[in-house]
Structures are given as structure tokens and as C-alpha cells.
Ligand binder design. Structure first.
Ligand SMILES: Cc1cc2nc3c(=O)[nH]c(=O)nc-3n(C[C@H](O)[C@H](O)[C@H](O)COP(=O)(O)OP(=O)(O)OC[C@H]3O[C@@H](n4cnc5c(N)ncnc54)[C@H](O)[C@@H]3O)c2cc1C
Length: 386
């Protein structure tokens, strides 16, 4: 039994809940032999072949309309599939951003030609995307981006500038970049636009950055007079800020902002269960994990319900991400504390690998996708407190 199984999984329409069994069966077969120390990477695990295997079963682009290659299902169906993928520690990183936010963004703001070009390839697991928002000096203060696209003679654009911390840029086909198309950085929200940049174009240089653990997940991306077609513009010229804010609701509300440490929690639970007499403290902690998870999951589902109704729950998504990442960070710290109880215990190697990995990674949970302080500022504004 895993932490997630401790609660009755309720609140999801039956036809969407029905997806859970086939996804579990597929994952048991696909990941059965993969050790927890690998699965712990969860949504940071990259495997393009695995993404295509999911696509072949119709589990990518679940919410995209059938005419564009999607399954035409609700956000609840996507929630169920992702919940199972994350709990199993499936390597979902290759398609994650395309499926979560680039596809829905293109569906919402794209032209018919853009939808027909990109969406079927996203659904087949053939087009992977990255997010080009942050720049050196423009992270939390996103409106100050300096990367600029200027009109080229004869049509199209020329792109110059630099992005940073771009997850998977070196393994993606496209970036959706927030850039300035008019005015100056002081103009803030005015004059920003979103462009789809083909990362194989001349003038694009991608340099992976090594993180604390020696992994190379994110990159610096340089644009040196990159030629872009007119069709690179997504949505309205000058409406980039409003579009990016709507995109962040997709980015922040999902179960991946709650479940990043669950493979570790499950490894620890197996260890506790194997004890002849688990300590009071361990049993209390296991109960707390399950209780926190149940509450956060209910909140994430409530945001999903808003997405299903076509709303843009920006503040609610920020709240789920803030509380969810706090939970994800608490798990490794609490488990390390609990293991301290018996310094002589012989710990399973996979549990130690999971604990070391999540402990190193966890500070990034409350930075990626918007920092804790910035989210709390948004929540306070949303509540009318500032
Ligand atoms: C693992 C990881 C993956 C990432 N992937 C991507 C990606 O794919 N694409 C992308 O575009 N970006 C990505 N980022 C970048 C991320 O979005 C930024 O790091 C983040 O928004 C913070 O920006 P910054 O690093 O410039 O820090 P800063 O904005 O300089 O912030 C520094 C500190 O000051 C605080 N601070 C800033 N402004 C305020 C304020 N107004 N009030 C209170 N406190 C404030 C912040 O909370 C933070 O603690 C990723 C980051 C990480 C860690």
C-alpha cells in the first residue's frame, strides 16, 4: 500500500476514474523492474521512448480536441493519468511541458494552422516544448524581460537575447518564449508577446547548466539574430503578459506540485512496515503524510474543476503550488528526522538513494514555477490584503 492509497480517491467523475486501472497495469509492466532510486526522479526523469509509449495508448494530449489528435477528455482524466504516473515515478519529463501547458496554450491562442501543425505532434509524443520565461535578472520580475523580437525586412522576426534556467531546452524541439516586441523593459506588461521558437534554427545556442547533483536539466539559451517566420507569433502581438499569466495557471495547479517526494515516502513506508514494531513516531508521521496528501489533493482537484469549467484560477493555483511544495519539502526533512531515531539501523540502499536525491532537489521545488515569496504576494493580492 502506498501513501496515496490511504485515502479513498474521490471527487473524480466515474468515466475519468476508470482510466486509473489501465494506467496502473501499464505502469506495473513498464516500470516493474526500475529501482526506486531511479523512479524517485519522478517528473524530472526524461525518456522520450516512454512518452511515445504513453502517446500510443492515447494518454498524451488527453484534454486536446479529437480534431487535433487529442482525446477530447476533461482535465479530470488528465489528473487521473498524471496522478498515477507521478505516484509510480514514471519518467514523464520529455512530454510534460508540451502536454501540460504548451498544447493548451496553442489551443487557446493559436491560429488554425498552428493548431494543426503542433497539436497532433504533441499528442503523438513527437514535439517536446520548453518554457522561455526567465532571463538573467528577470525571474520573479518577469515583466522586465529583455529578449527582443524585431520586425524583419520582408516579413517575420529577428530574435536576439538570452533565456536562463530553461528546463529541457537541450532536449526540446520548441520553446514558447516571452519576448519584447515593442517598447522598453520599463514599459513592463505592455509590448510583450509570445513566440514559438524552433530550437534547431541558426542563431540558437543552448548550453546546459549543471545542478547540485551533477544533472543537466536546465540550460542557458542564446538567440543571435534568429530568423523567425511571421507564424512564430502565438496569440496577439503585445498580449504576451495576459497569455503568460493564463499559462501559469496550468503550470502551477497540477499534482506534480504535490507528489514530487512520494516515491521517497513510499520507500520509507515499506521500510517502516518491515519493522517488527514500528515506532509511535513513525506511525504518527505516516498518518500525517496521508492526511496532508488528502487535503492537498482535494485542493488540486478543486482547481482542476475550475479549469474544466473554463475558468482561469490563477490565485488558487498559486495557493496549491505554495502549500504543495511545502509538503514536498517537508517529506525528506521529516523522514531524515525519523530515521535519526535509530542511528544503528541498517537502511535499505534504495531508501538512502531516494532520501539523498530528494533532499538535494527539494530546495528547487519552491523556486521552479515561481518562488514561494512571489506566490504569497499574489495570494495576498488575490485575497485583497495588499
Ligand atoms: C529547477 C528549476 C527549473 C526551472 N525551469 C524554468 C523553465 O523551464 N523556464 C523558465 O523560464 N524558468 C525556469 N526556472 C526559473 C524560475 O522560474 C526562477 O528561478 C524563479 O522565477 C526565480 O527567479 P530568479 O531565479 O531570477 O530569482 P529572483 O527573482 O532574483 O529572486 C531571488 C529571491 O528574491 C525573492 N523575491 C524576488 N522578488 C520578490 C518580491 N517581489 N517579493 C518578495 N521576494 C521576492 C525570491 O522569492 C527569491 O527568494 C527554473 C528554476 C528552477 C530552480
Amino acid at each position: 500500500m502506498r501513501v496515496i492509497d490511504a485515502e479513498a480517491l474521490a471527487g473524480i467523475p466515474a468515466e475519468d476514474e476508470a482510466l486509473r486501472a489501465p494506467v496502473r497495469a501499464f505502469l506495473a509492466e513498464a516500470l516493474g523492474a526500475v529501482p526506486a532510486g531511479v523512479r524517485v526522479q519522478s517528473w524530472s526523469g526524461y525518456d522520450a521512448g516512454f512518452s511515445r509509449a504513453l502517446a500510443a495508448r492515447g494518454w498524451l494530449g488527453l484534454t486536446l480536441p479529437r480534431e487535433y489528435g487529442g482525446a477530447g477528455r476533461s482535465a479530470f482524466a488528465r489528473f487521473v493519468v498524471n496522478e498515477e504516473l507521478l505516484n509510480a515515478g514514471a519518467p514523464v519529463f520529455a512530454h510534460w511541458i508540451a502536454d501540460r501547458q504548451s498544447g493548451p496554450l496553442i489551443l487557446k491562442y493559436g491560429t488554425e494552422a498552428q493548431k494543426h501543425f503542433y497539436l497532433p505532434r504533441i499528442c503523438r509524443g513527437e514535439a517536446f516544448f520548453c518554457i522561455g520565461m526567465s532571463e538573467p535578472g528577470s525571474g520573479s520580475d518577469l515583466a522586465s524581460v529583455r529578449t527582443r523580437a524585431t520586425r524583419a525586412e520582408g516579413g517575420g522576426w529577428r530574435l536576439n537575447g538570452r533565456k536562463i534556467w530553461t528546463t529541457n531546452a537541450h532536449r526540446s524541439h520548441y520553446m514558447i518564449a516571452l519576448v519584447r516586441t515593442s517598447g522598453a523593459p520599463e514599459d513592463r506588461h505592455e509590448g510583450l508577446s509570445q513566440l514559438i521558437v524552433d530550437l534547431s534554427l541558426p542563431g540558437v545556442t543552448i548550453r546546459p547548466i549543471q545542478d547540485l547533483q551533477g544533472d543537466r536539466h536546465f540550460c542557458e539559451v542564446f538567440f543571435d539574430d534568429v530568423p523567425l517566420d511571421e507564424s512564430a507569433l502565438i496569440g496577439q502581438e503585445g498580449s504576451g503578459w495576459a497569455q503568460v499569466v493564463a499559462e501559469l495557471a496550468f503550470e502551477r495547479s497540477g499534482p506534480e506540485r504535490i507528489y514530487s517526494s512520494l516515491v521517497l515516502a513510499d520507500e520509507w513506508l515499506s521500510f517502516v512496515r518491515a519493522q517488527e514494531l514500528p515506532s509511535q513516531r513513525s506511525m504518527l508521521l505516516a498518518g500525517r503524510f496521508a492526511a496532508h496528501l488528502a487535503t492537498l489533493r482535494a485542493m488540486s482537484l478543486a482547481v482542476t474543476a475550475k479549469l474544466v469549467r473554463g475558468e482561469s484560477p490563477v490565485v488558487e493555483a498559486a495557493l496549491v503550488k505554495d502549500l504543495g511544495t511545502e509538503f514536498e519539502q517537508w517529506i525528506p526533512a521529516a523522514i531524515a528526522d525519523a530515521l535519526d531515531e535509530d542511528p544503528d539501523a541498517v537502511l535499505p540502499a534504495e531508501l538512502l538513494k531516494c532520501l539523498a536525491y530528494v533532499t538535494h532537489l527539494s530546495p528547487s521545488f519552491s523556486i521552479r514555477g515561481g518562488t514561494r515569496e512571489v506566490l504569497r504576494g499574489m495570494i495576498a493580492r488575490g485575497l485583497g490584503l495588499r
